[in-house]
Design a protein. Structure first.
Length: 379
């Protein structure tokens, strides 16, 4: 009896884990399969980009600390409270994740501001506009995050691997960011212009000013490390020691699944690079059109794994950067952040999955077409 119950519980937990960490499970499977073709040896140690893993860990820790202080909710409330036109409210709800994702990553921006949008529309009785605004917030977070090296994991990885000069990075990405901003503003303003009153039942305030200042300092140090001014080892030590002495619960807020996913894809990519037939195939595809290949790969395996996988077969960092960032649009799995907003929307009262997914595909289709044309013009 106990044995059967124990097996059932284990199977149930494994099922939940596989559903929650689907990309990690796929990455692990790919890594294991690749080991059958390239058995483990000393060269495996050279696959891992320790700098990227350390920077990701530090940034996730710092952003979790900023969330803990309530900073983002306070800023959002102060911006939105009062009497205003609904289209202005719509614009603000879309631009919040657009600009915040540049610093706190696209997934954190959506985790912060999609629930906020759900609350806002429930307060003013405009739930019928929720799907449209959540879709726009998702697109905004995915496009805004491409503007900086810390906006999303693939940017951080590519900047580290290819040692991209910051001037070159911004020269490539800022024109595309400007185009995306104009498109999002136009889409956000395509709603009713009626006047509404926004009031919050409970005003948020900074819960721990000491923690806020500590996290702001650590965030500044993280940026210095991203720009290669501060050694990443020093940053890692400072962040870990600060958390140990000041706020240990933050260790539980780190997305270790994402870190493990990177490790698995490092192994998978490294092994593929040592299989002549696979290397020749991928090198040929990337040689014809790197950006398109990266964008199409992102639709199937999402943009972060696509960046890690394809980076070993080309030196065209511009194509990889544009392809994986723009490739975050499209299917719901093209960017893992899109799955976050989908889950949050489905939890809301009166959600309609079919309508949401249809709208998502239409808006993302228009977005990827617009950004593709912009990328071609600015190439």
């Amino acid at each position: 009896m106990w044995t059967k119950m124990g097996k059932s519980r284990v199977c149930s937990e494994l099922g939940r884990f596989a559903k929650r960490e689907a990309v990690l499970c796929i990455a692990f499977f790919c890594a294991v399969v690749s080991m059958l073709f390239v058995p483990p040896d000393r060269a495996y140690l050279g696959y891992l980009d320790i700098r990227v893993l350390a920077l990701l860990f530090c940034l996730m820790m710092v952003v979790a600390g900023l969330e803990e202080t309530g900073l983002f909710q306070v800023l959002a409330q102060r911006l939105l409270v009062g009497r205003k036109r609904f289209r202005i409210l719509s614009l603000a709800l879309v631009l919040l994740p657009f600009f915040s994702s540049m610093l706190i990553t696209n997934d954190v921006a959506l985790l912060t501001f999609v629930p906020f949008a759900i609350l806002m529309l429930e307060l003013i009785g405009r739930q019928e506009r929720l799907a449209y605004l959540v879709v726009l917030q998702t697109v905004a977070a995915n496009l805004g995050s491409m503007a900086t090296p810390v906006g999303n994991p693939q940017n951080l990885f590519l900047c580290s691997k290819f040692e991209i000069p910051m001037g070159d990075f911004f020269a490539v990405m800022l024109p595309l960011t400007a185009v995306s901003l104009l498109g999002l503003c136009a889409a956000a303003l395509c709603v009713s212009g009626e006047a509404i009153e926004v009031q919050f039942c409970q005003a948020r305030s900074i819960e721990n000013k000491g923690l806020l200042w500590l996290m702001l300092v650590l965030f500044g140090l993280s940026l210095l490390s991203v720009f290669r001014v501060l050694p990443y080892g020093v940053l890692f030590a400072v962040v870990v020691l600060s958390a140990l002495f000041c706020t240990r619960p933050l260790f539980l807020r780190v997305d270790y699944g994402l870190l493990a996913t990177f490790v698995c894809f490092f192994l998978f990519s490294g092994n593929l690079g040592r299989i002549p037939a696979v290397r020749e195939l991928l090198t040929g595809l990337l040689g014809s059109n790197t950006a398109m290949t990266a964008g199409l790969a992102s639709q199937v395996i999402s943009n972060v794994p696509a960046a890690v996988l394809l980076s070993g077969f080309t030196e065209d960092w511009r194509g990889l950067l544009v392809g994986t960032d723009v490739g975050g649009l499209g299917t719901p799995i093209a960017s893992l952040a899109s799955l976050i907003s989908l889950k949050l929307y489905l939890r809301s009262h009166g959600s309609r999955p079919g309508s949401y997914l249809g709208l998502f595909l239409v808006v993302n289709g228009v977005g990827i077409l617009l950004m593709g044309v912009a990328a071609w013009l600015f190439r």
